[in-house]
Design a protein around this ligand. Structure first.
Ligand code: BTN
Length: 117
């Protein structure tokens, strides 16, 4: 069958680790590029560590990716967006923390470099 526009490939399951020690496991990618998996945060200075949280996202054109994690107990949502080259994935992330006391929010951003494990 002809390849549908946007259909993507990456062998799954696949595990990636970033420079903070956090682990992204992509368990499935469907024909449209929609991906699912888990993220275990191990970054110093952050909470919600060492617990797997659900990941959803999408792979485009085999090398462009975004994924998002809701760290429910921490009132935080983080979105990563970046590019894959071989066994390396460079991403920019944007974290939004919503304060439980007043609903106000704080945003943080940064770079995570992942390597395929
Ligand atoms: C929180 O502390 O509010 C929840 C955990 C957030 C972890 C962030 S997400 C971006 C950055 N990269 C990581 O691997 N961990 C931190």
């Amino acid at each position: 069958m002809a390849c549908s526009a946007g259909a993507q490939t990456m062998a799954t399951p696949v595990k990636w680790q970033n420079q903070r020690g956090s682990e992204l496991t992509i368990t499935s990618i469907d024909a449209t590029g929609a991906l699912k998996g888990t993220f275990v945060n191990k970054a110093e200075g952050f909470e919600c560590q060492n617990t797997p949280f659900d990941v959803t996202g999408r792979l485009f054109r085999s090398s462009e990716i975004f994924f998002v994690v809701t760290f429910g107990p921490c009132n935080t949502v983080t979105r990563w967006r970046g590019n894959i080259r071989g066994s390396k994935m460079r991403t920019y992330w944007l974290l939004t923390y919503v304060r439980p006391k007043d609903g106000g929010f704080t945003r943080l951003s940064g770079v995570d470099r992942f390597e395929k494990k």
